[in-house]
Design a protein. Structure first.
Length: 318
């Protein structure tokens, strides 16, 4: 029950008085707490607490057996001065991967969503499902399809086609070659990047206000490009911001694809070694969890930096 109201007549005026007493959660000062408590609890347990613990471990030497010993900023200093692989391979390849997969996946999501929005509803629904499914079953499809396609023997699909056409004389080891592994990883990451962000853009495109287009044509809009820039994009700024954040997260977390494709960590000749497999190498193979935690903090800072850029481009400027 909500708050009760009383009508009080004073002379010619009728004043409404509300009873401050409430029954149940509705209207109670505690209602906000009860509504947000589950989210706050889960956020604290699964996000805030692990980040805090990781930041603490990054200041220690921890080998998963002995008690962590405090070393200060030594892990961060070693990362940028002693770990040659980090500066020579990991940082350049992580930035290359993120810059191509992040904005590339975002632009592809927008273009394909825009094209699907022009189709009839039934056909659009089927094609959207086809585009979206790889983001759900990426790991399975990587093992079944892409490893078979790029297999380094004569039974690999790509090698078989190239040999049948006489383009090569011997099979190419695509997934162990330093020349091909990173480009293949980027291609597979782009192929599986049509996830929640893609659906968000498609949903926004299908729910635009047609009256704004009519008003824009009266004001002088002459073609579809001007419609997109001055009418479509401003209406879906929130969805585009969400999709940008999802693209950044996907780009930063998809680096382990190279390990899945090549079957080795570190990747062959470190040709596709990004920060995720490098961190896993130190955490689960070398058992240097303090150093791996320091890399996770650096990865978090990279993600926050790119997210800030996305916020400047698509965030609410009001």
């Amino acid at each position: 029950m909500g708050a009760k109201s009383l009508l009080v007549k004073k002379g010619d005026k009728v004043i409404i008085k509300r009873n401050s007493k409430t029954n149940g959660i509705n209207g109670s000062p505690w209602s906000t707490f009860f509504l947000t408590a589950p989210y706050i609890t889960l956020f604290f347990i699964f996000i805030a607490l692990p980040v805090f613990i990781s930041a603490l471990l990054s200041l220690t030497y921890f080998n998963a057996i002995d008690f962590p010993s405090f070393v200060g900023l030594k892990n961060y200093v070693n990362m940028f001065s002693v770990d040659r692989d980090f500066m020579q391979y990991v940082v350049p390849q992580t930035l290359t991967f993120a810059i191509i997969v992040g904005p590339g996946g975002y632009l592809l999501s927008f273009l394909i969503a825009w094209m699907l929005a022009q189709l009839p509803k039934a056909l659009r629904t089927v094609l959207a499902l086809i585009v979206y499914v790889p983001s759900l079953a990426g790991g399975v499809l990587i093992g079944v399809i892409w490893k078979s396609l790029f297999s380094g023997d004569q039974w690999g699909w790509l090698n078989a086609v190239l040999m049948d056409f006489g383009l090569i004389n011997a099979p190419i080891s695509f997934l162990t070659s330093p020349l091909y592994l990173l480009p293949i990883t980027i291609f597979v990451a782009l192929w599986s990047s049509f996830g929640i962000g893609f659906l968000s853009i498609l949903s926004a495109l299908c729910n635009l206000d047609p009256e704004l287009y009519e008003a824009a044509h009266i004001d002088g809009i002459k073609n579809r490009f001007q419609e997109t820039i001055y009418v479509t994009i401003p209406q879906m700024r929130g969805s585009m911001y969400f999709a940008a954040i999802m693209s950044i997260t996907n780009a930063m977390s998809s680096g382990a694809l190279a390990v899945t494709l090549s079957g080795a960590n570190p990747t062959p000749q470190k040709s596709a070694q990004t920060i995720i497999p490098h961190m896993n190498d130190y955490a689960f193979i070398r058992n240097e969890l303090g150093y791996a935690s320091a890399m996770s903090v650096v990865l978090l800072l990279f993600t926050l930096l790119f997210s800030k850029v996305a916020s400047m481009l698509f965030g609410n400027k009001d």
